[in-house]
Write a protein that binds this ligand. Structure first.
Ligand SMILES: Cc1cc2nc3c(=O)[nH]c(=O)nc-3n(C[C@H](O)[C@H](O)[C@H](O)COP(=O)(O)O)c2cc1C
Length: 154
């Protein structure tokens, strides 16, 4: 199993690490070739622009999907959806993900959890899916309960 995730301020990374801890999955952090700004205001302006323009921000490197049959995909909710960085990345790897089980997860502040999980499913049309998970505050116990519910751990 593999956990591919993007995280700007560390919360999604925490969730990714908890999934890896309970499943033994490998972790792979997606990083843009051009860094996002560190200020929230500047970032929000860029995110809105990327969504409006469909501008593609490329990633530094990709995992070797061939080694895995289950791939967790995690993002923060950004402006009501998944960061374009991740959706474009998934679309670019649609052939590598074909036939695998993709399980989406996200972290968010208050809204658009379900829409964001649905966006990750839409971006991986050649995969099978298991029920995703979204949280405002990742906790190991909650994550383990979800992993048990979907049959990934006992
Ligand atoms: C640019 C930007 C846009 C955001 N948009 C939303 C949103 O639409 N809905 C929401 O609930 N949270 C939103 N958030 C909050 C993040 O989803 C939340 O803090 C998330 O846990 C951050 O994950 P990270 O620490 O892995 O980057 C936004 C945060 C940023 C920086």
């Amino acid at each position: 199993m593999l956990v591919v995730y993007f995280s700007w301020s560390g919360t999604t990374e925490k969730a990714a690490q908890m999934i890896a801890k309970s499943t033994g999955a490998d972790l792979f952090r997606i990083e843009p070739t051009e860094d996002y700004p560190t200020s929230y205001k500047a970032l929000t302006d860029i995110v809105k622009k990327e969504l409006a323009d469909g501008k593609i921000r490329t990633v530094k490197s990709a995992p070797d999907f061939a080694k895995y049959d289950t791939v967790f995909v995690g993002v923060p909710v950004w402006c009501h959806t998944a960061p374009t960085l991740m959706t474009h990345f998934l679309e670019a790897h649609v052939d590598n993900i074909k036939g695998k089980t993709v399980i989406p997860f996200c972290t968010y502040y208050s809204t658009y959890r379900d829409e964001t999980l649905a966006t990750l499913i839409d971006a991986t049309p050649t995969a099978q899916h298991k029920e995703g998970y979204g949280t405002t505050n990742p906790k190991q116990g909650d994550i383990d309960a979800w992993l048990k519910k979907i049959g990934v751990i006992k």
